[in-house]
Design a binder for this molecule. Structure first.
Ligand code: SAH
Length: 453
């Protein structure tokens, strides 16, 4: 029997959904961070549970053929990327297996009609959004960076390889301003200090930049000087302050104050122009998002006669994408600001056959259905990680659309919902994966379900 602090030599055979290496000793599994499939390592046991344990890499005895050198110097401690040392090809295989295994294990599917896993040609600098926490290092210097895995201690990094190059310039200006005017960063432990986070968005097609500084208060010293410096950065379009005085992990507060420029930036997905404001959800990888939406459109297979519901619609991206091929599209989203953006986006693009509703998808659809005004040929859902509410799935059965297209950013909750949908008379016809989050363990999937009767 093993004990804590014992050293073991172990071969890594699998990857957990969190990106930990898994190896077995006489059938007993160990989870090991930074260990890759194919590695043989010497590891120290750090924790033992009844049926599994955790160990820490001490030495790599034999390197896996899939091991590559991480491009980022802080790939290991940073909580952002879990797979940077795994070759990209192997990352895609891992994600494909993750989707298939979840659909089998949780979704109860025997065969999964998986079509393809779509990766990126260049899987770096793909993110259009970054949220840097601002804090102090041990020497008291103001830093921006990312949280170390599972903690809230900040690891300094102003140039993440997943983000755009402009982030660094913006952080330099902000930190310089804070130093010059002695503006303290926020301290989560004491609740004191001012600057919590900076949210940066970059429109890949438009070149427009948004900076939104989240503060524990109303005002920054010498705002006008900060604006003057930020404006010098090419593409700067929107500078705002967001007030968040709650003791919370949620990054953005509700209140926004525009310091300069427009309240939003614009970007294009295919031919459609979008206005994106700081509080709205917008997919972070524009290259892969276009591919994802095209897949959703392909799976919906519209002829122009259909009435389509797009649930969890955000700023109406999928709705507007589908609108050109459908008779009518109805979008539902919980965040009022996002729906305001969605309506503007429809107007901006001269699209008249879409209607948007604010509220919880599960409530709005049920209400509309009771009023007999919710007919659907196709329902598209794109929920957050927690998946669909069961009440919504029940209403969907009553509406009985011919097709359901499920876009998901968490294949475990997808699989849970698929199980319910299958029991309610739907069959999974097509599945694919789109890698929107290269080097992390996250993956986006699209599933087509058809009514069986
Ligand atoms: N389809 C959009 C957004 C997907 S993200 C896109 O591709 O851009 C999921 C969205 O669901 C977010 O905008 C979130 O605000 C919204 N949301 C979360 N819970 C919801 C609920 N119960 N009802 C409706 N929308 C919800």
């Amino acid at each position: 029997m093993y004990r804590k602090n014992d050293t073991i030599t172990i071969e890594i055979e699998d990857i957990s959904h969190e990106g930990l290496g898994i190896g077995k000793k006489e059938g007993f599994p160990f989870f090991i961070k930074d260990a890759l499939v194919g590695d043989i390592i010497e590891a120290k046991i750090v924790k033992l549970k009844k049926n599994y344990g955790f160990a820490r890499v001490e030495k790599i005895v034999r390197e896996s053929n899939f091991r590559v050198k991480a491009r980022c110097p802080i790939a290991k401690p940073c909580g952002g990327c879990q797979l940077q040392e795994l070759s990209y090809e192997k990352q895609l295989e891992f994600k494909k297996n993750l989707i298939i295994n979840n659909l089998k294990r949780i979704g109860g599917m025997k065969e999964v009609p998986f079509e393809e896993m779509i990766g990126m040609e260049n899987p770096y600098r793909y993110r259009n959004k970054a949220q840097f926490p601002i804090g102090k290092n041990r020497e008291g210097k103001i830093i921006a960076g990312f949280y170390a895995g599972r903690t809230h201690s900040i690891i300094e990094n102003e140039d993440c390889y997943l983000g755009v190059k402009q982030n660094k310039e913006i952080l330099k200006v902000l930190i310089g301003h804070m130093e010059k005017f002695k503006i303290p960063p926020y301290d989560e432990k004491t609740g004191m200090g001012l600057v919590r986070h900076v949210l940066i968005r970059y429109g890949f097609m438009s070149g427009q930049i948004m900076v939104c500084i989240v503060i524990n208060g109303n005002k920054l010293a010498k705002e006008e000087l900060l604006v003057e410096d930020l404006r010098k950065i090419s593409g700067m379009t929107s500078i705002s302050l967001n007030r968040n005085q709650e003791n919370t992990n949620v990054i953005l507060g509700k209140e926004l104050r525009l310091l300069w420029g427009k309240a939003y930036i614009e970007d294009y997905l295919g031919e459609i122009a979008f206005e994106i404001s700081p509080l709205s959800f917008y997919q972070v990888n524009p290259v892969q998002t276009k591919i994802l939406y095209e897949k959703a459109l392909e799976y919906a297979d519209l002829t122009g006669k259909e009435r389509v519901w797009d649930l969890y619609c955000g700023i109406g991206t999928i709705s507007l994408f589908l609108s050109k091929k459908a008779k009518e599209v109805y979008g539902v989203e919980i965040i009022p600001q996002a729906i305001e953006d969605a309506r503007n986006n429809a107007r901006k693009n001269g699209i008249k056959n879409v209607e948007f509703f604010v509220g919880k998808a599960e409530d709005v659809v049920a209400e509309q259905y009771e009023k007999k005004s919710a007919y659907a040929d196709v329902i598209v859902v794109d929920p957050p990680r927690k998946g669909c509410d069961e009440k919504l799935l029940t209403t969907m059965f009553e509406m009985a659309p011919e097709k359901i297209v499920y876009v998901s950013c968490d294949s475990a909750t997808l699989a849970r919902d698929i199980k319910i949908l299958q029991a309610g008379g739907y069959e999974v016809k097509r599945v694919c994966g789109v890698d929107q989050f290269c080097h992390t363990v996250h993956v986006e999937s699209v599933v087509l379900l058809s009514r069986t009767d």
